[in-house]
Design a protein around this ligand. Sequence first.
Ligand code: GDP
Length: 305
Amino acid sequence: KESLDQGLQKTKEGFLSKITKAIAGKSTVDEEVLDNLEDALVGADVGIDTTIQIIKRIEARVSRDKYLGSGELNRILQEEIQQVLVDAPEQSYRNFETPAGIKPYVILVVGVNGVGKTTTIGKLAHNYKKAGHEVILGAADTFRAAAVDQLTIWSERVGVPIVKQAMGSDPSAVAFDTVQSAVAKNAGVVIIDTAGRLHNKAHLMEELGKIKRVIRKVIPDAPHEVLLVLDGSTGQNALEQARQFTAATDVSALAITKLDGTAKGGVVLAIANQLKIPVKYIGVGEKMEDLLIFDKHEFVDSLFK
Ligand code: GDP
């Protein structure tokens, strides 16, 4: 809870100051207040579609409760944002347990370079290990030497084994080795890094498709999770990237990183509201402890604190 409040500090400052300005000196919620509020939400990276939904809800509420003063607007806004997220898909696992009967639990991690993919994998490994699982990492982003090096550093830092091959080797061969090794060791969790480059959609589909097929030769119902990592500090670009990725491949969960360094955290509301895929994790720092399981209610509460 505390790390969430801390991690969202910049977003909260931007968000609340914009909203405070939007309603300053107003005694009723009129057209102008709603316009200001709309600008404030868009300015806080909540995204136009989600903002319009929120404004419509407030409008409806204002016409219902005639004498609504702007003093109450903060609370109402908080409630209506919660409502907008009611239908947002939620993650069923509220901790780092794995589903009963699934061992190893195989996670494929996708996302473009620089979004925080490697860091997120390191954080996940730390958390799953802490929860008592034996974790194995697979370095299937064989296109960048730096990716393998970084993942190796994380594997040492966390103290979990890593499966890798020479630079430029077939990513699906690395994925195959990784799951085989996991089965042999009776490991609980496998986390596989992929190159997942978006610049060529057909190529991305093909590459991930091949990795999945090869994994299924060892574990027929794997991967159990395809986690897309997005950089929250890029605001609306993160939403756009999510749209492109989910159009190219099946994604089952999202991680939104770098929320600590940005005032654009409102994009999490847009992503949760717009996509039919649960936001599972948020990244609020560079250290292995800085990964939080996303809870939409806690998130909204924290924004208004
Ligand atoms: P990758 O290329 O997607 O694997 O990205 P990396 O995991 O190497 O991360 C890129 C940079 O972002 C690194 O400097 C990380 O330390 C940093 N980073 C990753 N996640 C977070 C986060 O949640 N908060 C902050 N402040 N930095 C992060």
